[in-house]
Ligand binder design. Structure first.
Ligand code: HEC
Ligand code: HEC
Length: 352
């Protein structure tokens, strides 16, 4: 009996010394709402110059229209901005790093990158938390999201809320989606239908790589591909070797992740470095199974690059067929989201 009492006292003391950490409750829809504000908040960059939405602009299909993104000092970043729409089924984010497999991990790049700086928050997390804490918009939203006072805000929660918001950025209401649901070919013009048949044909084999719901999933094989855009002495330009810079494998030279083709009509310029500004040129590059590069810093025929992807076919289109293929790409456009508060800048919603 006495032993039992000692044991009980011991247990009580133990619990008193190591209280089970009180976990904050979280309300998912309030977190999403909070993430919505944070995504559009320039105060999330150190010099208050850029929000996520500065580069991922709803008006432009959540990209920025630049060849390669610009930071707050107008320094050019390595890559062309990709869209944050329709991330739900994705397992790899960004153009070429296979280890970025979650949105949380992806966000480290804009928040903390230093070469060059994007939002410039490396080592400044604590100060940003204070900054956000002091803004009037956030107090009640935070209370709603985590059931505690905003004084308890942690940096990780900022990341979690933005991720919750990003996951909801879904826009799959294009003319093509309407056709897919109804299977009613009557809603497509003759040109759009011809273009669709070309896109899915074995001779063009676009869908061998641009497959799945979002046209970013290869039917088989690698999710990264070298499409023959460069060949400077058997290599892509040294500044950006694509997958090779992460794996160290020479065979991965010039391989980039297959991008989604949703909204491609409004997300020019194209490719990982924004090096093509119209779709006619992109299609011509596919026709000859690579791009003949005449720029002086990288002179050479991409079609002869040793790692060119074997899923690419060479083909020749007539003028009309090329137009048809573009007409098909055009029906992947969906900007109906622009009418919705959720997809727009919440700080300026009333004035829009
Ligand atoms: C200065 C411009 C800039 C800012 C600011 C920025 N991004 Fe990006 N974003 C880019 C670029 C460029 C890429 C492509 C990066 C790469 O793959 O090399 C990208 C890629 C992404 C992707 C991957 C999309 C895909 O198709 O895989 C996501 C998700 C994303 N950004 C979210 C965010 C979030 C969230 C923020 C704010 C915390 C943010 N970005 C801020 C330029 C920016
Ligand atoms: C071997 C796989 C593969 C095949 C086949 C393929 N693509 Fe691509 N596509 C890619 C990759 C990878 C990129 C990105 C290349 C880069 O930036 O270096 C891309 C980029 C694009 C882009 C630019 C998208 C953007 O946002 O930058 C368009 C448009 C496009 N492809 C259309 C097509 C069409 C049309 C076909 C059929 C004629 C096709 N693709 C066949 C892999 C493929």
């Amino acid at each position: 009996m006495r032993q039992l009492i000692y044991l009980l006292i011991g247990l009580i003391l133990f619990i008193a010394c190591f209280p089970i950490e009180e976990k904050k409750l979280s309300d998912k829809s309030a977190m999403i709402e909070l993430g919505h504000f944070l995504f559009f908040d320039k105060d999330l960059s150190w010099d208050r110059s850029k929000s996520c939405a500065s580069c991922h602009d709803p008006q432009l299909g959540f990209v920025d229209g630049y060849k390669r993104a610009l930071n707050g000092n107008a320094e050019v970043l390595l890559r062309n901005t990709s869209s944050t729409l329709n991330m739900q089924n994705r397992t790899i984010f960004g153009w070429s790093n296979p280890s970025i497999s979650s949105l949380e991990k992806q966000m480290e790049r804009p928040l903390f990158a230093t070469h060059p700086v994007e939002m410039g928050l490396k080592g400044k997390e604590g100060e940003i938390v204070k900054r956000i804490m002091q803004k009037e918009q956030y107090a009640s939203l935070y209370q709603k999201a985590f059931s505690v006072d905003i004084k308890q805000l942690e940096f990780q929660e900022i990341v979690d809320c933005i991720v919750s918001y990003e996951f909801k950025l879904q826009s799959r209401n294009s003319k093509y989606d309407q056709f897919s649901k109804s299977r009613d070919t009557g809603i497509l013009s003759v040109s759009e239908r011809n273009g669709m048949n070309l896109f899915f044909s074995a001779s063009l084999s676009c869908s061998a790589c641009h497959g799945g719901l979002d046209f970013d999933r290869a039917a088989s094989g690698d999710q990264f591909a070298n499409t023959g855009l460069y060949n400077c002495d058997n290599s892509y330009p040294i500044a950006d070797l694509g997958l090779q810079s992460h794996t160290g494998n020479k065979d991965d030279n010039g391989k980039f992740r297959i991008p989604s083709l949703r909204n491609v009509m409004i997300t020019s310029p194209y490719y990982h470095d924004g090096s093509e500004s119209n779709l006619e040129r992109v299609i011509e590059n596919y026709e000859r199974r690579g791009r003949n590069n005449k720029s002086l810093d990288c002179f050479g025929d991409g079609a002869l690059h040793p790692s060119i992807d074997h899923r690419l076919k060479s083909f020749t289109l007539s003028y009309d067929e090329r137009k048809d293929l573009i007409a098909f790409l055009n029906i992947l456009t969906d900007t109906s989201y622009l009418n919705q508060y959720f997809f727009n800048d919440p700080f300026n919603w009333n004035s829009l």
